[in-house]
Structure formats: structure tokens, C-alpha cells
Write a protein that binds this ligand. Structure first.
Ligand code: ATP
Ligand code: MG
Length: 730
């Protein structure tokens, strides 16, 4: 078989061992995703129906790319019929067919983060709780953590320990908010992202016949990036796989970077427990990067205590050293990166798409955008506002959401007076308060406006406007019964007055808003065509809306996006590869982030992030840091990241020549970087006073006082056991 050629022995084993549980645990760039892809091709080649395969990936984009590759081996039509996508998109699809069992309409709305936050804000207000103490984002992340650990409202209220913990965190009303929030979503016929997993678990637990149906269907299950699955996802996979146990998971514990979102590294450990017969394959050869890059990445990750030891090597060329640029400011850093890209583009004929700029936080983007623009270098920022999050797009989508789910109050309140039709906020509030008092949805009130009007306290003018609005929505709904989604959406855009309203604004921004609405309609056309080509496709409006709610801006790549420099956070870069990577902002408090460097666990996760970033590079990597940075409205001084000093100097080359002889890292080179900083920049990290610190003998004794931020010390646990090496101040 041609597709099997070119696999190494371990990869071959993982691809061809079709039956039984299998875990591939291996370092970056060793071909895990390739193995998963070829394994699916192999299954189909060996007679397994695509119908019986379920493949779970970390992004929808990854799923699309895998399908393309599989298509080349087994043919496009088979590849297209595999159920492959993110946990969220696959299980949203299953929930659509089964939602009625859980009391949800099959056309349930998927709330994006902003919708969820809006609902939470309303709930907090309704409960008369101090909104300053209960910041919606904070509340949401707690609720999300509960959901991902399958702690429902009832489970929460039966767990005094959890409630006490929240009380200690000044969140004693969390249970109440959680309850109201869930109620509100239910009433609106909506699920948030976490619900898609939680409700799937509920479905599979409460309805054994449904579980049996999907167990029977998904006889072969494959999961990529397994190290970043959360508990809820783990349970779904476990339940589905428990009949046939043909489950293959691939992952790398050293790349687990989503613990803040509940990812649970123990899922990897549990695999052997859940499937005692599981075969574990490890892949050691990295095919992506030069030896220098692989060795440098290994050196850093080896500092983590919590990890499975792996031997990752590369037989590619040794490659160039990693170049380190010390910038005077964030603007200087960005200027260097743009100039460097320009230079390599010209001298090495590199395409712009060969380059990535990776950073720790989104706020770093702007400086790079400025510098790239100055040089006319095309670029694309990933992870910003997704196309579908733009206001004009969301407005049209809200109309469409309302058509498929009249109970979707978030959508209703978005469009009831947009474009303005004289139904002001006071009138809207009266409507909502009345609906709540009767325990019915706003749509029910609108359905029976004549009957309820005496109790609403609204004047005749407003009542007429409401009736007109609702009649228009009803007319769209009728149309949806006979026309396709695209035709209806077109009609909505016109008749609601949305297009006219946008067209009245002839500024460039206004024009681009009209274009965006057009683009949304185009993407709908594309979606319908695509769905009509696959056997069990669903070109319906609610399927389209569901797919949009789960899409990210990576899913919206246009052709003219092809030859551009990619800018993204490290988190987003997982699984990707680029010939040239610039890893920027390598400064203490930025990377590692000041939010995540107080405990060993947090620091180790930051180090894993560093590992992920560096291992995206194929041929060349550049590190940059600035000694001063404009942050939070003022210029602050910065120290080089400890991670820089964890890369052995043999892999590094300093671009600012004056720096080379003066930089210190663990190899003991001398540096006076810190001498050049103002005194207050030398205030070192505060240490946990409970931890005793002992000088590590390996630390060069000759280091000057100013080097202490990067000195190595050994932390001794209170129990006396030594734990890991971390970098500390005095
Ligand atoms: P990550 O941990 O970053 O997700 P991965 O383990 O999934 O990486 P892949 O992305 O599958 O690794 O592979 C990395 C690169 O190496 C890809 O370009 C892939 O095509 C290539 N590759 C993998 N295996 C081989 C092989 N046997 N021969 C040649 N190239 C290979
Ligand atoms: Mg991969």
C-alpha cells in the first residue's frame, strides 16, 4: 500500500494494529496526527465503513485537513462521510437528533461566549447581586469548570464542600446564579459550549438505548491531542468505546496546555487503567524540525518534573542556531521581526506563509501588525474576532436564530428593535417582565398579543409595532418551510431593513459591513452545497447556525489569505508547523505570564507552552525579548524570560553582537544585561516564604548579584523531599 510507505516502524504498528485499544504517546512533530490520519485511511481500505468511524480533533480546521489527506487515499466521498470534527461539533450534531429526550427542541440554539455572558449578566441583575463582586467572566469560568466535571446544579447544591469553597472565595451566591443560568438557557432552548458535552453525557447515561445506538455506530474511535481532553470529554469517549474498545488516542503530555480550561492530563494515565490490554506505542523521531530545534526544546521541557520521560530526536539537518534578539522596546522588537521576515523573504525566497509570529497573549499583536503594515508585509491575525462575531453578521444571524427557535430570547432582544422600529427599551422590559411573571416565553406573549395586551401596559402605537414585527418573523418562518435557508436569509436581510440600514452608511466601514453580510450569505450558499454532496448531510438552517456557533476564525480562510504571515497565540498554534517561527515577548511576567508563575504546576504549564511554541518551527526559530515594554498604559522594564536561560547556549546565537559575551545562562556565561536596567527593574520575584531554598551546587558561584533572577535553586518541600529545579531570586 502506497500510503503505508514512508512510515517508520512504530508508526506502521500504530497505523495497522486495527483492533483493540491503542495509545500513542509521543513528542512533538513525531507524526501522531499523521498516524491518526493514515490509520483512518487504513481502516477504510480494509473494509471498515466510514459510517463506523468517529474521529475527534482539536480544531475543525484540523479535521478538514485530515479529511483531505484521507480523501487522497480512499476517495473523496468516503472521506467526507466520516464523522470527524471537534468534540463540540460532533456532539452538537448528535444532540440535534436526540435533544427532545432531554426536553430541548432539536433546533436548540448554541450560545457563544457572548450570549452566555449576557444571560449571566441578566441573572446577576435579577438576583440583585453585586455585579462588581460577581464579574460575569469569573462566574462563567467557575460554572464552566463545574459543568466540565459533570457537577450539575443539583450535584453542586448537594456538595457542602464546594459551596463552602465558593463562600470562602466570596462567591456564596454562585449556586443560585448557576441554577438560574441553567434554567434560563433551558427556557430559551439554548445550550452553551459546555452543555454540549454535559448534555451528551446526560444523554448517554440516562438513555441506555441511545448509548447502545452510538456504540454500535462508532465502532472505531480516534482522538487527537488527547492530553487536552477534559473530564467531560473523557467520559463521553469512554462510554462510546466501551463496547468494541477499538479506541486509539494520540497525545503528548508535554503539550498539555489547556488545564485552565479543565484539560486533565490524568486522562492519559487512566487509559491503561481503563483498558488494561491497551498497547502503547511511542514515537521518538521528530520529522518536523532541525536537530538544533528539537534538542533545544528537549532541554527546556526536561526541567519539568511532571512528565513521562521521552527520547525525541531528529535526523533532519543540524540546522542553524536559534537567533536571539534583545530589543530596547516592544516597538523595536516588532520592527526587528518585520525586518527579519522581509530579509528572509528576499534572501531565501521564503513565502510569507512560511512565517509565524507566536506570542503568549493577544495584547502583543498590535505592535507586530503596525510593523508588518509599515513594510507592506501581508499578515493574518488568528484568534481575534471571528468573522461570525462581527456585529452586522451577528445581527442577521440573530434573525435567523429566532426563526428556528422562537424561545431564543438573546436573539429576540438583539433584533426586536434593530434596525430601529420604535420598540424602545422600556417597552421591551415591560414585555420581558410580564412574560417572566406568567412564566411563559416572550414569544408566547407575542403570539397572543391581542389576549395579553390589556395587561402589558403598552400603548396602541407600540402594540401595532410589535404585531408588525412578529408578523414579519412569522412570515419568514412560513417561508422557511418551502424555501432553502439561503433564500430565506436573503429575504430576511432585505425585508427586516438590515441591508438598507447598512447601505445608508457610505463610509468605508459601512461598505465593508454590507460586504460582510454578503459574505455571510455566500458562506451559507457554500454550506448548503457542501451538505447536499454528502450522504447524510443536513442543509437546514439550524445545522448551519450550529456550525457557525462552533466555528473559529481559522475556519474562515479565503483564498487571498494564503500567502500571509500568521500571527497567533501559542495556544492556537498547537498541532501546526511553520518553516520559520518567531517566538516573541520572552520576558518574565509576560512569558511565563505573571498570572501563572506562582506555583510549580502553573510554571510547568508555561514551560509546556514554551515547548509547544518552539516545536512548531521546522527550519529556523527566532527568540525575541524587550527590555522595556508599553503595558497597562505605561512603560515598564522587563527581564528576559527564565525560559531563555533554560535553553543551552550551544543552541543559541545572539544577534545583538554586544550581548553575546555578556549573556548568562546555565552554561555559566557571563552577563550584565541587568546592569543596564534601572535599579527598580531588578526587584526580583517574591518567594513563597514557606518554602526553604537551598543553593544548587551546579549554579555558577561566580555569578554577579544581578543575575539572580535566572539562578537555579532547589526548592525543598516542607516534607523534606526535594522537588524540582526552578528559577528564583534570592
Ligand atoms: P504535534 O505534537 O505538534 O501535534 P505530531 O506528532 O502530530 O506533532 P505530525 O504533525 O503528524 O506530528 O508530523 C510532523 C511532521 O512530520 C509533518 O510534516 C509530517 O508530515 C511529518 N512526518 C511524520 N512522519 C513522517 C515520516 N515517517 N516520514 C516523513 N515525514 C513524516
Ligand atoms: Mg499533531
Amino acid at each position: 500500500m502506497k500510503y503505508l510507505q514512508g512510515l517508520n516502524e512504530a508508526q506502521y504498528q500504530a497505523v495497522t494494529m486495527i483492533e483493540g485499544p491503542l495509545m500513542v504517546l509521543a513528542g512533538a512533530g513525531s507524526g501522531k496526527t499523521r498516524v491518526l490520519t493514515m490509520r483512518i485511511a487504513h481502516l477504510i481500505t480494509n473494509g471498515v465503513s466510514p459510517f463506523h468511524i468517529l474521529a475527534l480533533t482539536f480544531t475543525n480546521k484540523a479535521a478538514r485537513e485530515m479529511k483531505e489527506r484521507i480523501g487522497k487515499v480512499v476517495g473523496e466521498s468516503d472521506a467526507k462521510s466520516i464523522w470527524m470534527g471537534t468534540f463540540h461539533s460532533v456532539f452538537a450534531r448528535i444532540l440535534r437528533s436526540e435533544a427532545h429526550l432531554l426536553g430541548f427542541p432539536s433546533n436548540f440554539t448554541i450560545y457563544d461566549t457572548q450570549d452566555s455572558l449576557n444571560v449571566l449578566k441578566k441573572v446577576i441583575k435579577e438576583l440583585n447581586i453585586d455585579a462588581d463582586l460577581y464579574k460575569p467572566k469569573k462566574v462563567m469560568s467557575r460554572i464552566s469548570a463545574y459543568k466540565n466535571n459533570l457537577i450539575t446544579v443539583r450535584a453542586y447544591l448537594n456538595n457542602p464542600e464546594l459551596m463552602e469553597a465558593d463562600e470562602r472565595a466570596n462567591m456564596k451566591y454562585l449556586g443560585q446564579i448557576y441554577g438560574k443560568y441553567v434554567e434560563s438557557c433551558f427556557r430559551n432552548g439554548a445550550m452553551d459550549f459546555d452543555d454540549l458535552l454535559l448534555r451528551t453525557n446526560e444523554l448517554l447515561t440516562r438513555f441506555p438505548e441511545v448509548l447502545a445506538k452510538y456504540q454500535d455506530r462508532f465502532r472505531y474511535i480516534l482522538v487527537d491531542e488527547y492530553q487536552d481532553t477534559n473530564h467531560s470529554q473523557y467520559l463521553i469517549v469512554k462510554a462510546l468505546a466501551s463496547k468494541f474498545e477499538n479506541i486509539c488516542v494520540v497525545g503528548d503530555d508535554a503539550q498539555s496546555i489547556y488545564s485552565f480550561r479543565g484539560a486533565n492530563i490524568y486522562n492519559i494515565l487512566n487509559f491503561k487503567k481503563d483498558y488494561p490490554d491497551a498497547v502503547t506505542v511511542s514515537l521518538e523521531q521528530n520529522y518536523r524540525s532541525t536537530q538544533n530545534i528539537v534538542d533545544a526544546a528537549n532541554a527546556v521541557i526536561s526541567k519539568n518534573v511532571q512528565q513521562f520521560k521521552k527520547n525525541v530526536f531528529s535526523e533532519n539537518e543540524t540546522g542553524e542556531k536559534i537567533k536571539v534578539y534583545r530589543a530596547l522596546s516592544d516597538a523595536d522588537e516588532a520592527g526587528f521581526v518585520a525586518a527579519n521576515i522581509w530579509e528572509l523573504h528576499n534572501s531565501q525566497q521564503r513565502k510569507f506563509s512560511d512565517f509565524a509570529i507566536l506570542y503568549r497573549t493577544n495584547s502583543q499583536t498590535r505592535a507586530f501588525e503596525d510593523s508588518l503594515r509599515k513594510k507592506n508585509i501581508p499578515y493574518r491575525v488568528y484568534g481575534g474576532l471571528s468573522f461570525y462575531q462581527r456585529k452586522e453578521v451577528k445581527d442577521l444571524l440573530a434573525y435567523l436564530r429566532l426563526l428556528v427557535n422562537e424561545n431564543d430570547n438573546e436573539a429576540l432582544s438583539r433584533v426586536i428593535n434593530y434596525p430601529a422600529r420604535g420598540i424602545g427599551e422600556t417597552s421591551q422590559n415591560k414585555l420581558i417582565v410580564f412574560a417572566d411573571s406568567q412564566n411563559i416565553s416572550v414569544s408566547k406573549v407575542l403570539d397572543n398579543l391581542g389576549f395579553y395586551s390589556p395587561q402589558l401596559g403598552l400603548n396602541n402605537g407600540i402594540l401595532t409595532k410589535l404585531a408588525d414585527f412578529w408578523a414579519m418573523i412569522k412570515a419568514f418562518e412560513v417561508m422557511l418551510k418551502t424555501e432553502d435557508a439561503y433564500t430565506v436569509a436573503m429575504e430576511v436581510a432585505k425585508r427586516s431593513g438590515l441591508i438598507k440600514f447598512l447601505k445608508d452608511d457610505q463610509t468605508p466601514e459601512g461598505i465593508s459591513r454590507v460586504e460582510n453580510v454578503q459574505e455571510l450569505l455566500n458562506s451559507m450558499r457554500g454550506f448548503i452545497d457542501e451538505q447536499q454532496q454528502v450522504e447524510d448531510g443536513d442543509p437546514g438552517l439550524s445545522n448551519f447556525l450550529g456550525s457557525i456557533a462552533l466555528s473559529t476564525d481559522q475556519d474562515n480562510t479565503k483564498d487571498d489569505d494564503r500567502d500571509k504571515v500568521s500571527l497567533m497565540t501559542i495556544h492556537l498554534s498547537k498541532g501546526l508547523e511553520f518553516p520559520v517561527v518567531h517566538l516573541v515577548g520572552l520576558e518574565e511576567n509576560l512569558f511565563p505570564s505573571f498570572m501563572s508563575s506562582s506555583t510549580r504546576e502553573e510554571l510547568e504549564e508555561e514551560r509546556r507552552l514554551f515547548y509547544v511554541a518552539l516545536t512548531r518551527a521546522e527550519k529556523q526559530a527566532f527568540f525575541t525579548y524587550a527590555i522595556s515594554r508599553f503595558q497597562w498604559g505605561k512603560i515598564t522594564d522587563a527581564e528576559p524570560s527564565r525560559f531563555l536561560s533554560e535553553v543551552n547556549s550551544e543552541f543559541l546565537e545572539f544577534i545583538n553582537p554586544a550581548m553575546e559575551s555578556r549573556f548568562v545562562n546555565h552554561s555559566g556565561l557571563k552577563s550584565n544585561i541587568f546592569d543596564e536596567m534601572p535599579a527598580d527593574a531588578r526587584s526580583f520575584k517574591k518567594l513563597d516564604p514557606k518554602k526553604k531554598i537551598e543553593r544548587n551546587e551546579e549554579t555558577p558561584k561566580t555569578m554577579s548579584r544581578n543575575l539572580k533572577p535566572v539562578a537555579t535553586a532547589r526548592i525543598i518541600n516542607p516534607s523534606g523531599q526535594s522537588s524540582q529545579d526552578i528559577e528564583v531570586g534570592d
